[in-house]
Design a protein around this ligand. Structure first.
Ligand code: F6R
Length: 615
């Protein structure tokens, strides 16, 4: 959570830092702040609220010309979101100025020591403690900023990505990382700093991703000096070439990123397939998996760890892996797994699913699994993210940047890659026949087109949304492969419309939730042609008998459910295992339209952030 941006070079720092914060706003939007140094004076502007509020406030106070600046967009952890608690924070002397993403866990103890030495604190943040700690270390050891950061961080417990500069020496910015991401954009005699590469992509495609326990001194006129803080040794800075482009991170004519990302799903899934799904040759190519095939084939079980929407993708995968590859699968919330002393064996394979690749609980679950000798395989979207680096091997989803806080294309591409993994394992194990395998390859190839067809129901869905918009609560039901889809549909509605919703396996309804059903309760039922179709029809009858309003997702051409439901949304026919990839589309659109009709901030719903880097 929280996004940090910085710039040092010969360009105007303000627009770079401000636009960078806009791109990182998905990481938190409780407050924002920018500090610029114009060669003579520091100009600091901070405000509760979003980056737009900051831009207005800074414009009113007067934006200076400056070639060095740092900025921050905050998801509050320590201290309420207000102007004072917003970053950047200055040290007591006013010389040092710092932005921080993460949590300093021992900040209370450090604060007491600093207070005893005369330091005064104006905010409730752990970050103000950190900047003063660096100042104190710098002063007592009489060292330069880089050395002071290095020494101060030895005393710090927790997670951080920081950028700090000294007004009295404004030719360098010092950055460091542990647990939170930090990318450095390397230009010609200029450096960009950001929590991910999006803020600087139009300026340079050369980036250094700092690893944990690394810091860098970015001084004008020389190359970035990267240091391993554990070994206290200089490192060669590993510059990577980025493949991201500006169009990928702009709205492209859509009203919201979420809508753009919903519509991008056919293209995103094609990208997931690219070079991997080769039906004509009868193969699936996944190099990460191929390198560890025997570990997978000999696995006693597969454990899937993830959070939120990614956990729902894991649930879908459980059905697919067990049905096709006949390997036992357990799906765990990473946050529970990491703290419940789980039994993990050397023969287990752990699959960690994460769009951002930065989710703190998932990262901790991975470290735990690795410490027990399990092979950990990552399914991530963000290349070079912490989880992508921490796992033993993995496959990227290649969905492209997902900016809307509510996950859409990440979910469907995660299911897609997990389907490819399951199918490849099934083929290797011989748990499905060659002809069934080959048929699945061809059917998977149709998915992008089938999603296009599902998207074509948008106008119908919008009409249904205009009725559902008055609801206080909603139930989502599905069975088998579509039970996780019901959970995901309910989560989408909750998080962007703030309407309370629950997802249930349809058959569980009569064990409790049926008591909720009355004429005011919309019940969204995934009732596509499947092994459970008749059972789901019976569940629909039960809801109808209690006057619930039924919105059903049905296979095109269905007539039975059409006769029972208040509304139906048709999706094209697929195999049962691939049905979540199409049934989830109308549920995304339904939540989207309801949230827009309610005037919600669809891309940045309240209290949320895109990457949850705190536990
Ligand atoms: C919901 C949503 C979250 C994330 C969860 C895990 O729309 O986006 O539930 O799925 O925070 O995030 P990642 O996948 O980045 O680990």
């Amino acid at each position: 959570m929280c996004g940090i941006v910085g710039y040092i070079g010969s360009k105007e720092a303000y627009p770079i830092v401000l636009n960078g914060l806009r791109r990182l706003e998905y990481r938190g939007y409780d407050s924002a702040g920018i500090a610029l140094f114009d060669g003579a004076q520091l100009h600091l502007c901070k405000t509760k609220g979003k980056v737009n509020a900051l831009a207005e406030k800074f414009a009113a106070q007067g934006v200076p010309q400056a070639q060095i600046g740092i900025g921050h967009t905050r998801w509050a952890t320590h201290g309420v979101p207000n102007d004072v608690n917003s970053h950047p924070h200055t040290s007591n002397s006013g010389a040092l100025i710092l932005v921080h993403n993460g949590i300093i866990e021992n900040y209370a103890a450090l604060k007491t020591v600093l207070q005893q030495r005369g330091y005064v604190f104006h905010s409730d943040t752990d970050t103000e403690v950190l900047v003063n700690l660096i100042e104190e270390v710098k002063k007592t050891n009489n060292v330069k900023l880089g050395k002071a950061v290095q020494l101060a961080l030895k005393e710090v417990e927790g997670a951080y990505a920081i950028a700090v500069f000294d007004q009295s020496k404004p030719n360098e910015i010092v950055v460091a990382k542990l647990g939170s991401p930090l990318a450095i954009g390397v230009g010609t005699d200029e450096f960009f700093i950001a929590s991910d590469a999006t803020p600087f992509i139009e300026f340079t495609n050369q980036a250094i991703y700092l690893e944990d326990h690394e810091m860098a001194v970015l001084r004008l006129g020389r190359e970035a000096r990267v240091r391993d803080l554990k070994k206290d040794a200089r490192l060669d800075s590993a510059i990577q070439e980025l493949s991201l482009n500006v169009e990928q991170i702009e709205k492209g004519g859509y009203e919201h990123f979420m809508l753009k990302e919903i519509y991008e799903q056919p293209r995103a899934i094609l990208d997931t397939f690219r070079g991997r799904l080769l039906p004509e040759e009868g193969i699936i190519k996944l190099s990460g998996l191929e390198n560890h095939m025997s570990r997978f084939l000999n696995a006693e079980r597969i454990l899937i760890v993830a959070c939120g929407t990614s956990w729902h993708a894991g649930l879908v995968a459980e059905y697919i892996f067990e049905e096709w590859a006949r390997i036992p699968v357990e799906v765990e919330y990473a946050s529970e797994f990491r703290y419940r002393n789980p039994i993990i064996n050397k023969n287990d394979v752990v699959i960690a699913i994460s769009q951002s690749g930065e989710t703190a609980d998932t990262l901790a679950a991975i470290k735990l699994a690795k410490s027990h000798g399990a092979l950990v395989y990552g399914v991530c979207n963000v290349a070079g993210s912490s989880i992508a680096r921490e796992t033993d091997a993995g496959s990227y989803t290649h969905a492209g940047p997902e900016i809307g806080v509510a996950s859409t294309k990440a979910f469907t591409t995660q299911i897609t890659i997990l389907t490819l993994i399951a199918l490849k394992l099934a083929k290797e194990k011989g748990s499905i026949s060659q002809s069934v395998y080959q048929q699945h390859l061809y059917e998977l190839q149709q998915i992008p087109q089938l999603i296009e067809e599902a998207l074509a129901s948008d106008a119908t869905i919008k009409k249904i949304a205009s009725e559902m918009v008055m609801a206080q609560h909603a139930l989502y039901l599905g069975r088998g492969y579509n039970f996780p889809v019901a959970l995901e549909g309910a989560l989408k509605l909750k998080e962007i419309s703030y309407i309370h919703a629950e997802g249930y396996p349809a058959a569980e309804m009569k064990h409790g939730p049926i008591a909720l059903i009355d004429a005011q309760m919309p019940v969204v039922v995934v009732a596509v042609n499947s092994n459970h179709y008749d059972k789901v029809v019976s569940n629909i009858e039960e809801i109808k008998a209690r006057k619930g309003r039924i919105i059903a997702i049905v296979t095109a051409g269905d007539s039975v459910v059409k006769g029972l439901a208040d509304h139906v949304i048709e999706v094209p026919k697929t195999t049962e295992a691939s049905s979540p990839l199409v049934t989830t589309i109308p549920l995304q659109l339904l939540s989207y339209h309801i949230a827009v009709m309610l005037g919600r901030n669809v891309d940045q719903p309240r209290n949320l952030a895109k990457s949850v880097t705190v536990e």
